[in-house]
Design a protein around this ligand. Structure first.
Ligand code: HEC
Length: 154
């Protein structure tokens, strides 16, 4: 499950430098991931629906990024994050209601509540993306690191 985070972070990084190929690549990895057996850890209609929604949004992000449009791509990315939050919220809620005496399987929170929180998260995320963008612009190019880096003479 943590692989999702790695691909998502790679997308943020790519957004900051408008690297559309990297966005497409990582969004498609998210699509692949959501089709693997390990993804379907909950065998419910709700989980399947949330998974479909996530997969569609990841695919929209991947395809849309090929148009090299930063606003469009950022918006698709925010919509993808909404679907991360929607599923995690759903899981949290299931955990909360599962053990309650007389628990019923109804949804306690309305879609509107979920939307409102997703919007907050989206705003926060967009702010972070923009901050990262600004930082990237100002930061000097770091020296190379990794194997063989010591051989580089300045
Ligand atoms: C369809 C449901 C679903 C979607 C969509 C989803 N996740 Fe998850 N995620 C899970 C499940 C199930 C787990 C396992 C832990 C749990 O049951 O809460 C998990 C766990 C994680 C974890 C590990 C949490 C931990 O405590 O180790 C991370 C990080 C994570 N998801 C990130 C993401 C990101 C980022 C996205 C969107 C790009 C995303 N998830 C979308 C279902 C989902």
């Amino acid at each position: 499950m943590r692989a999702k985070l790695t691909y998502t972070q790679a997308i943020v990084e790519a957004l900051a430098i408008s690297d559309y190929k990297q966005i497409e690549h990582n969004a498609m990895r998210l699509v692949d991931l959501s089709q693997q057996g390990g993804w379907m850890v909950h065998d419910t209609m709700a989980y399947a629906g949330l998974s479909d929604d996530f997969r569609n949004r990841a695919r929209t992000l991947a395809m849309g990024s090929l148009r090299n449009d930063l606003d469009l791509t950022t918006d698709h990315y925010a919509q993808l994050l909404d679907s991360c939050i929607a599923c995690h919220d759903h899981l949290k809620q299931q955990r909360q209601t599962k053990d309650m005496p007389g628990a019923v399987s109804s949804i306690l929170e309305t879609d509107l509540d979920i939307r409102a929180r997703a919007d907050d998260a989206r705003r926060r995320d967009l702010t972070n993306t923009i901050l990262a963008l600004l930082q990237k612009r100002q930061r000097p190019v770091p020296p190379p690191s990794g194997p063989g880096a010591a051989n580089v003479v300045y």
